[in-house]
Design a protein around this ligand. Structure first.
Ligand SMILES: C[S@@+](CC[C@H](N)C(=O)[O-])C[C@H]1O[C@@H](n2cnc3c(N)ncnc32)[C@H](O)[C@@H]1O
Ligand SMILES: [Zn+2]
Length: 290
């Protein structure tokens, strides 16, 4: 984590500024604690990644394999003790997401050449420079890192530690990543001038997400893409949207849809699952401005 990111982050429970305790510093904060003095919550920074989860033991309950690996790889005694105590408070859950997240992180690494990413980059190139940009569900940071070349400060949020470990490999002075749930208020009432949410609507309740984005942008741009692949049984979001409902919702929230994305489009997004299988989506793209 960059030391400069501290001024942007807030306690997810009470919106208070966080105190920083650095255990190991190597160009940026490698290990340490972010602490809310008011509610006594601690958010660890491990392998340069801040984990702003309301309850770290609950995060580890679905990531026990990851927790064990972090315990092994942590370099300070304080962090080892903290991980040991957090692991001892984990509860029994039926799923461990660690391997799944590692697998998907690998799939995104193998799919960076998909036309989807070059199309998004081309669209971003035609936008003005902004002071503060954010990407929800940024995964391995392909687009987040690209944005850092033309915006003042850029953040990526994802809940996959494996994806952000890869993202952190390309470090920039104005680029940082946070492990958090997208709906968790880690930035308090901070306003952004550009927010991206690419291919995440199947995983984050769509209307809730755009409501939140709308609150975070008083003047600026939103970029949303999605394949509308909502048919996921019990794992599906409660209120799916289609290409026209998404546009209508954004307009009702005060966004003007750019003329080139007024009509739905079909950008190829190819995910290489393994050497013999590729998942071929055609995604829609919407750029809105307030
Ligand atoms: C389908 S992937 C899309 C990745 C990237 N935006 C892209 O288009 O290449 C969705 C990403 O959202 C993340 N994610 C899902 N639900 C999330 C949540 N509630 N909060 C934060 N990240 C989440 C996943 O870990 C995953 O990396
Ligand atoms: Zn607090």
């Amino acid at each position: 984590m960059l030391e400069s990111s501290l001024e942007f982050l807030r306690c997810v429970r009470c919106d208070t500024r966080l105190d920083l305790d650095i255990f190991k510093f190597d160009e940026e904060i490698q290990e340490g604690f972010l602490e809310c003095k008011k509610c006594k919550l601690i958010f660890p920074i491990i392998e340069k990644i801040p984990i702003l989860w309301d309850d770290f033991s609950r995060y580890l309950s679905t990531h026990k394999i990851l927790g064990g690996e972090l315990y092994q790889s942590s370099v300070t005694e304080k962090m080892k003790l903290y991980l040991k105590s957090s692991l001892s408070k984990t509860t029994q859950t039926s799923e461990d997401r660690s391997s799944l997240e590692t697998r998907w992180s690998q799939i995104y690494q193998n799919s960076q050449k998909s036309k989807f990413y070059s199309t998004i980059k081309k669209n971003l190139d035609s936008m003005p420079r902004t002071k503060l940009a954010l990407e929800y569900g940024c995964s391995i940071g392909t687009i987040t890192s690209f944005m850092a070349d033309s915006h003042d400060m850029v953040f990526g949020i994802d809940k996959s530690f494996s994806a952000l470990t890869y993202a952190k490999k390309s470090s920039k002075k104005n680029l940082d990543y946070v492990i958090a749930d997208s709906f968790s208020p880690i930035f308090g009432k901070l306003q952004f001038s550009l927010i991206l949410a690419l291919n995440v609507l199947e995983l984050m309740e769509p209307v809730e997400l755009i409501k939140q984005i709308s609150k975070q942008i008083s003047a600026g741009y939103v970029v949303i893409s999605d394949p509308y692949d909502f048919d996921r049984g019990v794992n599906s979001v409660r209120k799916p949207v289609d290409e026209s409902a998404l546009r209508k919702n954004l307009e009702n929230m005060g966004f003007r849809i750019s003329s080139k994305t007024k009509k739905p489009c079909h950008i190829p997004w190819n995910l290489k699952l393994n050497p013999r299988a590729t998942l071929n989506y055609k995604v829609d793209l919407i750029i809105g401005k307030k």
